[in-house]
Design a protein. Structure first.
Length: 403
């Protein structure tokens, strides 16, 4: 007879043990119990606990959980059809592409399932664009995160994601460390593209200096490479502008986005102009699920909310949150080193590992997460309001008092 216990006191049919039995060992779950529902800025568990979600599904749930506009859009779409594939013309796809083009200023759109898939497509597009010339080198910026597929890993430098997975793409790499001097030494007539996050999310909410961006443009004018802006985490209104690069004067040739654009469903996009996009011809690149009807319906609801005043709300509410964080920094200067970021993409750098603070906040029913070891990352839903901020700051203050 099969054992009914895996270790003393723990039943094998507990959700945690069941998960460990069947899943690859790749995730460390938050210890909040089984989630049974989520609404707005809150997550509810089977124990009746209510958690304030300050990371919004790692930046995915732009309108919070179960937003009525997203729910309605998906319900209406699922009655018509759920999936057709990209062999068919679909009105919801075209409408989302039109809206995305209108709000972003980019004329051409390719839908993907995810951010890392968008990065892969963008790197392929850059090489295809220069396929008749001897321009094949792909360059990333150190400390960045672009995903876990091979193209993305090839332009990253973090051992946490790369170690043991090589070899990577030839003629691809990262500026280590990134600096204007290193950039000038690295790029050349062989460079096809430089990919950059103007605000590095996984890297600890680190903002790329404006002089670096200016040098990048100067070198682009000299060598003629493409600039790919990774807006997967920072885009779709998260920083108070539609794309974060608008804060820095960056003028990319290709933009990749994902996370928030699907409102909770898997969706990403590659954006570019007519000239660059024309490097792809029918059959050269594609996807089975990218631009799925349900995801596009949800995405259309998200962009409609942004168009109808949500961006203004993001700027107002994020200013309030950041101002409250600066007051905590002044009060706890021995614990908080720096407040970084823009809009609702915020990093609280601590003078100690952030995991202890994260766990203490979790015990107070506040969900955050840790990046770059000492940084508490905040990616609240774009609907976050004064009341949510006051709740978070009150509990954060209480935790810091006990440190």
């Amino acid at each position: 007879m099969e054992e009914t216990m895996t270790r003393p006191g723990i039943a094998i049919d507990s959700l945690s043990d069941r998960e460990k039995k069947v899943f690859f060992p790749t995730y460390e779950r938050f210890s909040i119990g089984k989630v049974v529902s989520a609404s707005g800025s809150y997550i509810y568990t089977e124990n009746g606990d209510k958690y304030l979600d300050v990371i919004a599904g790692l930046g995915v749930n732009a309108l919070g959980h179960s937003h009525p506009a997203v729910v309605k859009a998906v319900q209406e779409q699922v009655v018509s059809y759920m999936h057709l594939s990209n062999l068919y013309l679909q009105d919801v796809q075209v409408e989302l592409a039109e809206k995305l083009s209108q709000l972003s200023g980019w004329s051409k759109v390719f839908f993907t399932n995810s951010g890392t898939e968008a990065v892969e497509g963008a790197l392929k597009l850059a090489r295809k664009y220069f396929s008749s010339a001897d321009k094949t080198e792909l360059i990333g910026v150190s400390n960045a995160f672009h995903g876990r597929t091979y193209g993305a890993l090839s332009v990253m430098d973090k051992g946490k994601y790369r170690d043991g997975f090589g070899p990577f793409l030839e003629e691809a790499g990262s500026l280590i460390p990134y600096s204007e001097e290193n950039l000038q030494k690295r790029v050349s007539a062989k460079t096809a593209a430089v990919i950059i996050e103007v605000i590095q999310g996984e890297g600890g909410i680190v903002e790329i200096p404006v002089p670096f961006v200016e040098t990048l443009h100067r070198l682009q004018n000299k060598f003629g490479f493409l600039i790919i802006a990774d807006e997967i985490q920072s885009g779709i209104g998260r920083t108070g502008k539609f794309f974060a690069y608008d804060h820095y004067g960056l003028q990319p040739d290709i933009v990749v986005c994902a996370k928030a654009i699907g409102g909770g469903l898997p969706l990403g996009a590659i954006l570019s102009n007519e000239t660059v996009a024309s490097a792809f011809k029918p059959g050269m690149h594609g996807t089975t699920f990218g631009g799925n009807a349900l995801a596009c319906a949800a995405g259309l609801a998200v962009l409609t909310e942004l168009e109808n005043g949500l961006l203004d709300q993001v700027n107002t509410e994020s200013e309030y949150l950041i101002s409250r964080l600066y007051k905590l920094k002044a009060k706890y200067s021995e614990t908080i080193k720096e407040i970084r970021g823009k809009g609702f993409m915020i990093g609280v750098e601590l003078l100690k590992p952030a995991k202890e603070i994260h766990i203490a906040l979790l015990e107070k029913k506040i969900i955050t997460n840790v990046t770059a070891n000492t940084v508490l990352r905040l990616l609240p839903p774009l609907i976050f309001n004064h009341e949510n901020t006051d709740t978070f700051i009150s509990e954060f203050d209480s935790v810091l008092t006990g440190v």
